[in-house]
Design a protein around this ligand. Structure first.
Ligand code: NAP
Length: 266
């Protein structure tokens, strides 16, 4: 299941939608601290914006920034009519109250779908911006015509940006969802039963061939080298590569939701 191909198609549509607007859809990226990985992801998102006709504005705050200061910056961006979407890059430094920060992004501009209000909208199937990685995974599964309704799905990971919203979205799509995490006893017993396994734990090689039902669909949300061991590809009916699977979909959803936000603001 190539995320690169589907993301390219979504990005072409995003660029076409951006081109007919009276303003340039603008994504504000906010980075707190100097984590090189996070800085790289933000740069990649800015590059993609430029590539597909969106503008970006970057705010870089020091690693010592407190929650009040960050919330104030997010409030200013929230009130600025020239900014259509706001992305607060995570993870955040430990002194920051992450939930307060995510929830300081107004729901209309929460194009990364990380606020509690966006989570609730996703869980209830209401309109709103979705958490990008889970939404990208759902789009990939749909694109490859893999049935979600009635499917047994094992989601491995329960973070607030990935596992939890994904489980909520899949439940909305009539899947029977099991959410696994670090305290799950006998992970393999859950994954072996599943028609679709989604690995979102950040533990390279966690999912091995003997944990997969032959023919099952396996989605790997991990960054290189991925949470799924290579031998799984011989057992699975369909799988996402790493790289080129979930990663490009996350950015494609982010850009597409930024244009959604610009469209509704005009
Ligand atoms: P996270 O916040 O660290 O959460 C990891 C989750 O995995 C936690 O719920 C944890 O359980 C669970 N877990 C850890 N070890 C486990 C084990 N041995 N067995 C079962 N569950 C285990 O990570 P995240 O932000 O959700 O990201 C997950 C992965 O997706 C990472 O590899 C990350 O790099 C990747 N990611 C990719 C994209 C993309 O665009 N491709 C975007 C975001 C994240 P507990 O809750 O019990 O601790």
């Amino acid at each position: 299941m190539s995320g690169t191909d589907l993301a390219a198609e979504i990005n072409r549509q995003t660029a076409a939608r951006a081109a007919v607007l009276s303003m340039t859809p603008t994504l504000a990226t906010v980075l707190v601290g100097d984590d090189p990985g996070s800085a790289k992801y933000v740069q990649m998102k800015q590059r993609r914006c430029a590539q597909y006709g969106l503008a970006s504005r970057h705010v870089h705050l020091s690693a010592e920034t407190g929650t009040d200061e960050l919330v104030a910056v997010l409030g200013e961006l929230g009130a600025d009519p020239r900014v259509h979407g706001i992305l607060l890059q995570h993870p955040l430094p430990p002194q920051i109250d992450e939930r307060r920060a995510f929830d300081a992004v107004p729901i209309q501009k929460d194009v990364d779908g990380t606020s509690a209000a966006s989570f609730a909208a996703a869980a209830l199937g209401r309109p709103g911006h979705r958490s990008c990685t889970p939404a990208g995974i759902v789009r990939l599964i749909d694109h490859y015509a893999i049935a979600m309704a009635g499917a047994d799905v094992a989601v491995v990971g329960r973070s607030s940006i990935l596992g939890k919203p994904l489980a909520a979205m899949l439940t909305q799509r009539d899947a029977t969802v099991t959410v696994c995490h670090s305290r799950t006893v006998d992970l393999g017993a859950h994954t072996r039963r599943a028609d679709i396994v989604i690995a979102a734990a950040g533990r390279p090689g966690l999912i091995t061939g003997d944990m997969i039902k032959p023919g099952a669909t396996v989605v790997d949300a991990g960054f290189t080298p991925g949470d799924v061991a290579p031998e799984v590809h011989d057992v699975a009916g369909a799988f996402t590569p790493v790289p080129g699977g979930v990663g490009p979909m996350t950015i494609a959803v982010l850009l597409s939701q930024t244009v959604d936000a610009a469209e509704t603001s005009s």
